[in-house]
Ligand binder design. Structure first.
Ligand code: ATP
Length: 307
């Protein structure tokens, strides 16, 4: 089996507005799939449709390469935004309650889950007195009951402090590596996802505007060589004619940014100088992930097919 989740043309209308529009997503077995979009982009609605909490207006869903969703959903676990943790119960009581509700034997399961999410030592402490990170980990433990092969986590790091973020991040990595669970994780913070995800889907206004691997993300965010010269037009001519470099942009009256050439600064500087262009500085500048994300959000959607 290659795919854990495939959607095709998945659409959810609320009145005349499409919260999710014609969305094709492919999550492969073993992926940590980062699902990125601003608030209101449609992430929760998408996850609700996959987990059976909302009915699609149009389109197809396959789980584990099957359309028998009733049965295949038993192999999935979901945590949607506001985690359903009971505030007046301890971690153990919460898990006991959910085990009962799901018809699972609490014996053994509860201790295993508490240890897995690092909440073994919380004793009599009620969930309302937990840190947000602990609450999230408890909610993830609830989603893990029933031993899912595919876990969907909606904004699990939303509102967490740096320690909480680190705890949840490490838990997700552990679940993926040690338990071989495929994970879909939604967030509006690309920088956070980039520490764990191997593939990404970007949603904007209900439309999946891009899907790419972590390697592609690294390439796209790779630095550019910024060269300051006394004659940008002359420098542009030298780049394109003498060095056959075509991917660069003139930023202002004395600045050029050159893509994909960060290791060639020496040669570029020499060639410019040889042609009478004075280079006053030359340095590598990076595009950070959030900058890249914002750029993606402002781009018109491309019609995206399968990767
Ligand atoms: P957030 O992180 O803020 O939840 P999101 O990406 O998960 O953002 P959704 O909650 O899926 O976004 O919402 C997508 C769009 O659909 C929003 O414009 C939202 O207002 C709208 N929407 C969601 N649920 C409903 C509903 N039940 N009725 C009408 N509109 C809805």
């Amino acid at each position: 089996m290659e795919y854990v989740l495939q959607t095709s043309g998945l659409t959810k209308m609320f009145g005349k507005k499409a919260a999710v529009s014609d969305l094709n997503m492919n999550v492969r077995q073993g992926d940590i799939y980062g699902f990125i979009g601003k608030n209101g982009a449609g992430k929760t609605t998408f996850i609700r449709m996959i987990s059976g909490l909302a009915r699609p207006s149009k389109g197809e869903i396959q789980l584990f390469e099957s359309s028998d969703l009733v049965n295949q959903r038993k192999r999935t676990g979901t945590m949607i935004e506001n985690p359903a943790v009971y505030p007046n119960m301890t971690a153990r009581q919460n898990l006991y309650y959910y085990c009962r509700m799901l018809g699972l034997n609490p014996e053994g399961t509860i201790d295993e889950m508490l240890s897995l999410v690092g909440l073994t030592d919380t004793g009599k402490k009620k969930a309302k007195n937990f840190s947000l990170g602990m609450k999230q980990r408890l909610a993830i433990a609830v989603a893990l009951l029933g031993d899912p092969e595919f876990l969907m986590l909606d904004e699990p790091i939303n509102g967490l402090d740096p320690t909480g973020i680190k705890e949840v991040r490490e838990l997700i990595l552990r679940l993926n590596r040690e338990r071989k669970i495929t994970i879909l994780i939604s967030s509006h913070i690309l920088g956070e996802l980039s520490k764990i995800a191997n593939r990404y889907g970007v949603i904007n206004n209900g439309i999946l505007v891009d899907e790419f691997s972590s390697q592609e993300l690294t390439n796209r965010c790779a630095g550019e060589l910024e060269v300051k010269v006394d004659n940008v037009q002359g420098a542009a001519d030298v780049l394109s004619q003498n060095l056959n470099i075509q991917s660069f942009k003139i930023v202002d009256g004395n600045t050029i940014r050159i893509q994909k050439e960060i290791n060639n600064a020496g040669q570029i500087n020499m060639e410019l100088a040889k042609n009478g262009i004075l280079v006053s500085s030359s340095m590598v500048v990076g595009q950070d992930l959030e900058g890249y994300f914002m750029q993606l959000m402002n781009q018109p959607a491309i019609n995206y097919q399968t990767v």
